[in-house]
Structures are given as structure tokens and as C-alpha cells.
Design a protein around this ligand. Structure first.
Ligand SMILES: [Zn+2]
Length: 196
């Protein structure tokens, strides 16, 4: 009974991963137990360490093990540009293009009134305060091209412009309905340089 319950717990835990249902979770659990216990131990340790040591950057809110993330502590970046993304994964996608040298603000979500996620929950006030800093000349809205991402960009653009801050949006070319993190790098780089 004990063994069965540990296995069930493992399968249930694996099902928490996005896109993983009962069948895949079972396959993963059996694979780890049968072929790769060392890998499973490493995974358990990495998960435990990550959940304990990774917090959020105080300035841009992305994942960070230190108070300020590596990007925010990099004084050589262009302080006139502030790029707003929904998730740390989207930020990583933009970084991989190598064509953006400004700083970031990570919303950790997007407006979704039906789920009770409003301007406050995505840190709009903090973003506005940060954008009002004298060095910031342009806020690039790089939220996703989903309906909620578009609404988020719209609301933030209005708020920024009403305070006299220039707000631009990634250009079209990123497919409608897309999460940035799944879009190819060339397309993102294009959307970035053609922003308006
Ligand atoms: Zn940061």
C-alpha cells in the first residue's frame, strides 16, 4: 500500500506540469523509477533548491536569486528604454534575440477582469512610477498578442500617454493569439525594431 501511494503521489505531482495529463505523468514516473533514479534525485534537489532560493527582482519582478536581477544590476544597459513583458519566459525570449538593450518590467500576468486580475494585480502603479523616472523615454509594450495581452497593452498605453510618457507596441508580425515565448527569435526582433 505504501509503495502504491508514493507512486500515486509522484504521478499527481507530475500532473501539475503544464500539458501533462495522467498518461504522460505515469510514463514519466515509471521512466524515472525504472531507468533514471539518479536523474530523479537531481530533479528533486533542483526543484527544492529553486523554490527556496529563487525569488523576484525588486525592480523588474523577474525571477532572481538576488535582490536585483542581473539585467537590473547591469549599468551598461540603455536606461531610456523600458520593455513591459508578461512573464520571465517572455523576457528570456526577448533577451535571446540580442536586439534589445534596455531594461524590463515583468507584469507576472495580464489583465483578466473575469479572473479578478486588474491593473493593481499586474503592478500598473509601480510601472507608471518607474516610467515617470526621468531617464525612461519610451515604454515598449510587449505583452502577448492574445485578447488579454492586447487589452493589457491598451490600458497601460493609455495610462502612460496620459502622463506624457511615450508608449509603443511591438509591431504586428507576431501571430495573433501568440505568447511571446513561443514565437521565433527573428519575428520578435522584427516586431521590436518595427514597434510604433
Ligand atoms: Zn530586475
Amino acid at each position: 500500500m505504501l509503495a502504491a501511494s508514493a507512486l500515486e503521489n509522484l504521478i499527481e505531482a507530475l500532473k501539475r506540469l503544464p500539458g501533462v495529463g495522467q498518461k504522460s505523468a505515469q510514463r514519466m514516473a515509471y521512466h524515472l523509477l525504472q531507468h533514471d533514479r539518479e536523474g530523479a534525485r537531481q530533479m528533486a534537489k533542483a526543484l527544492s533548491t529553486a523554490t527556496e532560493s529563487i525569488g523576484h527582482c525588486q525592480r523588474c519582478h523577474t525571477f532572481s536569486e538576488t535582490e536585483l536581477c542581473l539585467i537590473c544590476s547591469d549599468g551598461a544597459r540603455d536606461a531610456r528604454l523600458l520593455c513591459v513583458v508578461e512573464t520571465p519566459a517572455d523576457q528570456a525570449a526577448l533577451e535571446r534575440t540580442g536586439s534589445y538593450r534596455g531594461y524590463y518590467f515583468v507584469l507576472l500576468g495580464r489583465l483578466s477582469p473575469l479572473d479578478g486580475i486588474g491593473a493593481r494585480e499586474i503592478g500598473a502603479e509601480e510601472l507608471l512610477a518607474r516610467a515617470a523616472q526621468t531617464e525612461v523615454e519610451e515604454v515598449i509594450l510587449a505583452s502577448s498578442f492574445t485578447a488579454e495581452g492586447e487589452a493589457t497593452a491598451h490600458v497601460l498605453a493609455e495610462a502612460l500617454r496620459s502622463r506624457g510618457i511615450k508608449a509603443t507596441r511591438l509591431a504586428r508580425g507576431v501571430p495573433v493569439g501568440s505568447e511571446l515565448e513561443y514565437v521565433d527569435l527573428g519575428t520578435i526582433a522584427h516586431a521590436l525594431s518595427d514597434r510604433r
